[in-house]
Design a protein around this ligand. Structure first.
Ligand SMILES: *[C@@H]1O[C@H](CO)[C@@H](O)[C@H](O)[C@H]1NC(C)=O
Ligand SMILES: *[C@@H]1O[C@H](CO)[C@@H](O)[C@H](O)[C@H]1NC(C)=O
Ligand SMILES: *[C@@H]1O[C@H](CO)[C@@H](O)[C@H](O)[C@H]1NC(C)=O
Ligand SMILES: *[C@@H]1O[C@H](CO)[C@@H](O)[C@H](O)[C@H]1NC(C)=O
Ligand SMILES: *[C@@H]1O[C@H](CO)[C@@H](O)[C@H](O)[C@H]1NC(C)=O
Ligand SMILES: *[C@@H]1O[C@H](CO)[C@@H](O)[C@H](O)[C@H]1NC(C)=O
Ligand SMILES: *[C@@H]1O[C@H](CO)[C@@H](O)[C@H](O)[C@H]1NC(C)=O
Length: 840
């Protein structure tokens, strides 16, 4: 979308071509009014306050506004007298005594009056009597015009009265008590600053989402917030990072944003045609570059309620299309097929009170919810279960809130579900629990109770869930065709492509492209002091970039597959966003140097913590959360992301822990796209780590998602026992951990597998469940191993109906295998990672 078509308020003002009558200052004081032709320039030179006249206004209209001072294309960010311009009324006459802006010293108000002395606009601050001395109206370098009383308090500020532009530091807010808040209001036309019909602001009914309205009709909705820090946006070509934050205080809730240091001018603007855009100034082309449009993420489909009641917009497929929620069918099949979705969907079967809930992850939750306060997840589920008119619920823990108040967000719905979207897993999305006719409440009960009371899982519900996953899998296959489009993208294409951003509503991620020399500086020329690790394909350093702690991975130059691995990793991670995956922030490619920049995770890798003496900090609940997190991350890679990804090197060293000990899977360099017509693939190059590799992969080079399941099983057993896979010394009489676990299982002693530090009996039930799942994952026959979807389901809900595991697969059963593997290991370049091993 070319920006000139959208914004044309380049304004020409003859008056401004005249030499300014007085020197620019950054403030207005009583007794020195501002007249047309003069400007007030902020200290720092970014913004100017003055009079302007839009291009095509006849008769000429004069407005008081703030614009960027050092941008030649006049870009007005704020207008005072939007509805009351000073006009050049009498034909042929000029402004004999022109309008003026003055600061009264009787009431400390700004007053704009026209030639006849009529007041066109005033700040209208009442109350506090002026303190002794002179107040001043100061234009700050943020673009904020502030009336300061002599003691320095702000009596009024233009940021509290936004026009159509949302600048860094500004707040789009709503006050709890009055339900009142400022909204952005569009201009009426490209050259007409008067109030247009579009507005943008916080939803006064729920406080939990933002809306774009056309008059009173919503035309776009953000979806309820799932956290108080919503999104970080990156963009390679501009290096602008936008940090968008939701702040919740006792009095108000607001949205604000800030920019990375040194970023070019960047602003959100609500255009006269109803788009809410993020734009950044490109000084070399002297134009605003369009970065992102909040409201047009997936075209028409993202418009408010476009898919009708109980329908949803599926973003995961391109082009985005309307679908009916599970349990619903089109109200009129004919309309639906003809692309008319407004009638939406109706239930296939009426709900009964005992019906259970289906979990739909990766959703933008519907509108018209009711917030139930102060609930745990279990209480939230129970709230909806016991009320027969409740059709769905969603839960979030807004734990990053800056206040200590209620941080839970339990939403329940009754009646039709409006404006739902399927976005795909990631921050900013909800898991929507939808009541489905005939769906057994057994699943629900298992959820609403704690894991300690494990109820019999009812077979039919499990089957239904598996069926849903199966269907999702087939839908998913359709997506691979999009991948083939993306696969052709080179790195250069990627950074200029808007395609990535357009596909991802909740997080418009973009790369940060950093110059190699900046990385050299940041890592002090890759000094050992900054080194924090060594991965399969290179060393990892900790550094500060753009005021942020990051982990920098420098790929080894002598790695033959470096380039391929690199682009693989970059392209893959660019598309994958999940709370249990390490986030790639950017990259740097120069000559033969290839650098990846990741988020820095405070607690380092799991193996360091788990196998270290300090592992006392890993209590069982933390371990269990790590297991579940890794399982969810892997499920995402296998089934829920837009691609099927096999990690191929899952191990404790590749699981990183953030400050809250939440796990994130790292190092996708070896991940590989799994073609849809293959169940498993034969690779000529075995990569991975001895001990975690599934036997069929290590021995024969055959990999599938089931090889990852095997690695997950090994990791799970390590976390439960605190014993390294390869560690023999600590286990008397077993060649390795898997044999040890298997023997304990056969003897019915799985509880004894628990690390010594875990003694609580209730927790031991969870330990037992995890060991069982672990053994199912490491079974010798790949077909016997469960899918990650079943693993996640079992870990989340518990089960008493798990099958008994068969023989585990491990090498070392035959001594020749072991030698073969050892030979390979010694030949590899890096003792941690097996590379260059010829498969069969
Ligand atoms: C006022 O209007 C007249 C006639 O339309 C025009 O010649 C003159 O330039 C206008 N003055 C300003 C300040 O725009
Ligand atoms: C207003 O300010 C001017 C200039 O500082 C001063 O001369 C005048 O006395 C002030 N008037 C009042 C009412 O304070
Ligand atoms: C806004 O509403 C007006 C009046 O109902 C309508 O004509 C116009 O098409 C709407 N615009 C958008 C973008 O929805
Ligand atoms: C800025 O404009 C120049 C010249 O038109 C163009 O080459 C460059 O890609 C633009 N940069 C961005 C960030 O759009
Ligand atoms: C939340 O609920 C708990 C128990 O139900 C209660 O003790 C607590 O006071 C409640 N907190 C608030 C803020 O309502
Ligand atoms: C929300 O999360 C925080 C930190 O993860 C946790 O301490 C708190 O207990 C959680 N609250 C609820 C109600 O789940
Ligand atoms: C059940 O939910 C409906 C809709 O949210 C609500 O009006 C009603 O009060 C609820 N009933 C009970 C008993 O909570």
């Amino acid at each position: 979308m070319a920006w000139p078509a959208i914004i044309k308020y380049a304004t020409v003002l003859l008056l401004l071509l005249l030499p300014p009558p007085c020197a620019a200052d950054d403030r207005l004081v009583p007794g020195k009014p501002l007249s047309p032709g003069a400007t007030i320039v902020s200290d720092g030179g970014s913004f100017a306050l003055g009079f302007f006249s839009p291009t095509n206004s006849t008769p000429a209209k004069l407005y008081l506004g703030i614009w960027y001072n050092d941008i030649r294309r006049r870009t007005v960010v704020w207008v005072a007298n939007r509805e009351t311009p000073a006009t050049n009324s009498s034909a042929g006459a000029t402004f004999s005594s022109p309008p003026a802006l003055s600061l009264t010293n009787s009431s400390n108000n700004l007053v704009l009056s026209d030639s006849d002395g009529r007041v066109l606009w005033t700040t209208d601050v009442t109350g506090a009597a002026p303190a002794a001395g002179n107040a001043a109206a100061v234009l700050l370098n943020t673009g904020n015009l502030v009336i300061r009383s002599p003691d320095g308090t702000a009596l009024w500020q233009s940021f509290d009265h936004p026009a159509d532009t949302f600048l860094p530091g500004m707040k789009i807010r709503i006050r709890y008590e009055t339900r009142a808040g400022e909204r952005l209001v569009s201009w009426k036309g490209p050259d007409d600053p008067s109030l247009g019909s579009f507005s943008f602001g916080v939803d006064p009914d729920t406080f939990l989402q933002v809306f774009l309205w056309n008059a009173t009709r919503p035309i776009w909705r953000s979806g309820p917030w799932t956290g108080y820090f919503v999104a970080v946006k990156y963009r390679a070509i501009t290096s602008v990072i936008v940090y968008l934050t939701i702040v919740n205080t006792q009095e108000e809730i607001y949205m604000t944003f800030s920019l990375s240091a040194g970023a070019a001018y960047t602003r959100h603007v609500l255009t006269h045609s109803g788009e809410f855009q993020l734009q950044t100034w490109n000084s070399s082309s002297s134009a605003w570059t369009f970065l992102w449009d909040w409201t047009r993420g997936a075209g028409e489909c993202s418009r408010y309620s476009y898919c009708g009641p109980n329908g949803y917009c599926d973003y995961i497929e391109l082009p985005a299309t309307c679908k009916c929620l599970d349990g619903f069918e089109p109200a009129s099949l004919e309309d639906w097929k003809g692309g008319r979705f407004s009638q939406g969907c109706r239930r296939k079967e009426a709900l009964r009170c005992g019906d259970g809930f289906l979990a739909l992850p990766g959703m933008k939750s519907p509108d018209k919810f009711v917030l139930v306060q102060n609930r745990t997840f279990q209480e939230c589920a129970a709230e909806c279960t016991r009320n027969c008119s409740c059709v769905a619920y969603a839960y979030a823990n807004l734990s990053t809130s800056r206040t200590n108040g209620d941080v839970t967000r339990c939403l329940v719905w009754a009646g039709d579900l409006i404006d739902t979207e399927k976005i795909g897993n990631g921050d900013g999305t909800d898991t929507l629990y939808l009541r489905i006719a005939g769906f057994d409440a057994g699943t629900m009960r298992a959820k609403s109770n704690t894991l300690k009371t494990v109820l019999p899982a009812v077979l039919i519900s499990v089957l239904l869930i598996l069926a849903a996953i199966y269907l999702a899998w087939f839908k998913f296959k359709g997506k691979l065709s999009h991948w083939s489009r993306h696969k052709k993208l080179t790195l250069d294409d990627m950074s200029t492509s808007d395609e990535l951003g357009e596909r991802n509503l909740a997080q418009d991620f973009e790369f940060l492209s950093v110059r190699f020399e900046d990385i050299v500086t940041a890592t002090r020329n890759f000094s050992e002091a900054c080194k924090i690790g060594q991965g399969g394909f290179g060393k990892v350093y900790k550094a500060m970039l753009g005021g942020k702690e990051v982990a920098i991975k420098r790929l080894s130059k002598d790695s033959e597959q470096g380039t391929k691995e690199f682009s693989n990793e970059v392209i893959l991670i660019a598309k994958l966003q999940h709370r249990n995956l390490v986030r790639l922030l950017g990259c740097s490619v120069e000559a033969d140097e290839k650098i990846l920049i990741y988020e820095y995770l405070a607690n380092g890798s799991l193996d360091a913590t788990l196998f270290d003496n300090s592992r006392k900090m890993l209590d069982w609940p933390t371990r269990f959360n790590i297991i579940k997190g890794v399982a969810r991350g892997l499920l995402y890679l296998h089934q829920d992301s837009r691609l099927t990804i096999i990690h191929r090197d899952l191990k404790a060293a590749n699981v990183l822990l953030d400050a809250d000990m939440r796990p994130k899977i790292a190092d996708f360099g070896m991940a590989r796209i799994f073609n849809d017509n293959q169940k498993d693939a034969n690779t000529h190059r075995v990569v991975g780590t001895y001990g975690y590799m599934a036997p069929e992969y290590a021995m024969e080079g055959v990999f599938s998602i089931k090889s990852d399941v095997y690695s997950f099983g090994v990791l799970l057993l390590e976390i439960v026992t605190g014993i390294k896979r390869s560690s023999v010394s600590s286990i008397i009489g077993s060649p390795n951990l898997i044999v040890y676990a298997w023997n304990m299982w056969k003897e019915g002693k799985t509880r004894d597998l628990a690390d010594q530090s875990i003694t609580d009996a209730c927790l031991l039930d969870e330990v037992s469940l995890c060991s069982h799942v672990g053994l199912l994952c490491v079974q010798e026959n790949p077909d016997d191993r469960p899918l990650m979807s079943s693993v996640v389901f079992t870990l989340e809900n518990g089960s008493t109906t798990l099958p008994a595991p068969n023989n585990p697969g491990h090498y070392g059963q035959r001594s020749s295998d072991l030698e073969q593997i050892r030979d390979r290991t010694e030949n590899s370049m890096n003792s941690l990672t097996l590379t260059n091993i010829e498969g069969r």
